[in-house]
Write a protein that binds this ligand. Structure first.
Ligand SMILES: NC(=S)c1ccno1
Length: 242
């Protein structure tokens, strides 16, 4: 299996070459490429982020840099990779997923920072490869690197010849309670994909409503069990109408 990781902190992935995983790499059971996202920037400051459309705290990672980086890394091998995006708004990662991914020939982990990656990067990539936005738990890290390390380890240990005793693998086992919706930053249109109008309307109430709706729709789609655990007063009649 070949695994590639895109990150602005390549050194964060150093542990992947230690211990059990390091030995599996030395033995050729798995190959791991770690790539610095800033290698695909073209400005003197090597910018990878910009302010979010619709306002709000933090910065969003730029689609153009990510688009070039993913195009380049995906093209490094013939096999179509599966793109994994660690995010607290993702589908829960579990052992069943690890087992499924262990059958893949290639995985690419896109490690976001700040408020995340412009949603269009994921939407664009999905035109060319399978994409999974995955969470290792209902908590927020500073970036996706630690989650990527966690999932890489969970998958690699299932590969033949990685664990000392193969039998161990065979025998082993989330502010408003909703997932966040998609994020966008400049440019307004990128690869034919545009930022939703409401985020450019300047109508803060409408933006808040839209983000709630997006969060509700995403939660309903990805984590319906989170709605069951919401206190009844949390969902107003507008929410329930969705
Ligand atoms: N819970 C996950 S996967 C995450 C990624 C970034 N922050 O939290």
């Amino acid at each position: 299996m070949r695994i590639d990781v895109l990150t602005i902190f390549p050194d964060y992935l150093a542990p992947v070459r230690e211990a059990l995983l390091g030995k599996a790499i030395e033995r050729g059971r798995i190959s791991v490429g770690v790539h610095d996202l800033r290698d695909w920037t073209h400005d003197v400051h090597r910018s990878v982020d910009d302010s979010p459309y619709g306002g709000g705290p933090g910065m969003v990672m730029k689609p153009d840099v990510w688009g070039e980086a993913l195009d380049s890394v995906a093209a490094e091998a013939a096999e179509t990779p599966r793109l994994v995006v660690p995010t607290p708004a993702g589908v829960p990662f579990d052992q069943r997923t690890a087992r499924r991914w262990a059958r893949e020939e290639r995985l690419i982990f896109a490690c976001g920072r700040y408020e995340g990656i412009d949603q269009r990067v994921i939407d664009d990539a999905a035109r060319r490869m399978p994409v999974e936005e995955v969470s290792i738990g209902d908590y927020v890290l500073v970036g996706g690197e630690v989650a990527a390390l966690t999932m890489i380890e969970a998958v690699a240990r299932l590969l033949p010849g990685v664990l000392g005793n193969p039998a161990s693998a065979e025998q082993d086992s989330f502010s408003d309670g909703l997932l966040e919706g998609p994020s966008y930053t400049r440019p307004e249109t990128w690869r034919g994909l545009s930022v939703p109008d409401v985020l450019r309307s300047g109508d803060h109430a409408a933006v808040r409503r839209w983000r709630r709706e997006q969060g509700l729709e995403r939660t309903l789609r990805r984590r319906p069990e989170l709605l069951d655990t919401l206190p009844p007063e949390e969902l107003d009649e507008h929410d329930r109408a969705l």
